[in-house]
Design a binder for this molecule. Structure first.
Ligand SMILES: CCCCC/C=C\C/C=C\CCCCCCCC(=O)SCCNC(=O)CCNC(=O)[C@H](O)C(C)(C)COP(=O)(O)OP(=O)(O)OC[C@H]1O[C@@H](n2cnc3c(N)ncnc32)[C@H](O)[C@@H]1OP(=O)(O)O
Ligand SMILES: CCCCCCCC/C=C\CCCCCCCC(=O)OC[C@@H](O)COP(=O)(O)O
Length: 273
């Protein structure tokens, strides 16, 4: 039997890819990230028709959560959750959490409360099938390039939270932060909580440094601890108190992050560098 050029190429690829995957940490990193994004885009293809039955609805977030929960097993990432009792509020609240990477989705889905929608940059809405699935699940998109627009979307969210009993999840750093600390917090989430007069629940995901590093292109298996902190009340606070509220929540989250990540508590504050 004669083997064609195409078949030789296929055989070479089938031999080389697993070898490269084992030998090169960088190749492994790119494969794992490509699969992560590709798998989510594919899952979204399945999620879209199921979610579309209800139209744009926060209840669809349960479907996305259910479909995404297994990914941690595919990647060998163990997620330990501490502080579940702090999530037992019946009323709406604003969740604020640190933002290290797109892998935060795994920790987020592990603990996402019912009727809770994340605030995301508008660009995510155009991320193909994933963007459409997010839209159907009620994700709130903001245009970071237009501050006034972003603020008015968030003010609207304050009303929606109360009217429709919705919780909102915000990454107050406003962007992914890979440097093992926390960026200064933007104040939108805290204005939102104060405007709606609802509590803030801070969430801290420990550093991924032992298993994931974007700069070094390293992605192995590992463990992440997610800590749900006690609620911070905002009743009676006004917009003048927002800067102080923001700083106190950030300070508490940074201390927890350093503790969970096994870092010394001084000198890792991006604000004081
Ligand atoms: C099965 C298949 C599944 C497929 C689907 C896949 C995924 C699953 C589903 C869901 C997961 C989705 C998860 C997506 C996560 C994406 C994460 C992100 O995108 S993070 C980036 C976007 N988020 C943010 O930026 C939030 C934080 N940002 C802010 O809060 C900002 O403040 C801002 C509101 C955006 C404005 O930012 P900007 O930089 O333009 O300005 P400033 O922050 O400097 O603020 C200016 C000024 O305004 C005051 N301010 C801010 N907000 C308000 C407000 N609401 N009301 C009044 N005033 C406000 C602020 O305090 C500043 O004033 P001052 O300096 O005087 O304090
Ligand atoms: C909590 C993370 C949510 C991840 C959603 C993953 C969806 C993956 C599916 C398709 C891939 C295409 C789009 C990748 C979007 C990554 C989402 C993300 O993490 O957004 C980053 C945003 O915060 C801040 O943006 P920048 O760090 O300023 O640029």
């Amino acid at each position: 039997m004669e083997i064609s050029v195409g078949q030789w190429i296929l055989i070479a690829v089938l031999i080389l890819v697993p070898l490269l995957y084992e030998w090169s940490a960088t190749f492994k990193y790119f494969c794992k990230m490509a699969f992560y994004n590709g798998w989510i885009l594919l899952l979204a293809v399945l999620a879209i028709p199921i979610c579309a039955v209800r139209g744009r609805n926060v209840e669809n977030m349960k479907i996305l959560r259910f479909m995404l929960l297994h990914i941690k097993y595919l990647y060998g990432i163990k997620i330990e959750v501490r502080g579940w009792e702090n999530f037992s509020l019946k009323e709406p609240y604003v969740v604020v959490s640190n933002h290290q990477s797109e892998l935060d989705l795994l920790g987020m889905m592990e603990i996402l409360p019912n009727r809770c929608v994340p605030i995301a940059k508008r660009e995510l809405m155009y991320a193909g099938t994933a963007g459409l699935a997010c839209w159907l699940a009620g994700v709130i998109f903001i245009n970071r390039k237009k501050t006034d627009d972003a603020i008015s979307v968030m003010s609207e969210a304050a009303q929606t939270m109360l009217r429709e009993d919705v919780r909102v999840w915000v990454f107050p750093e406003g962007t992914r932060n890979h440097d093992g600390s926390m960026l200064p917090f933007k104040r939108g989430a805290f204005h939102l909580a104060v405007q709606a007069q609802v509590p803030i629940i801070p969430i801290v995901m420990s550093s991924y440094k032992d298993f994931y590093n974007k700069k070094d292109r390293r992605f192995t298996t590992g463990k992440c601890t997610v800590r749900i902190l006690p609620k911070v009340d905002t009743r009676g606070l006004g917009s003048d108190e927002v800067p102080e509220l923001t700083e106190s929540v950030r300070k508490m989250m940074l201390a927890t992050f350093l503790e969970l990540s096994g870092e010394p508590s001084q000198s890792r504050d991006a604000c004081s560098q």
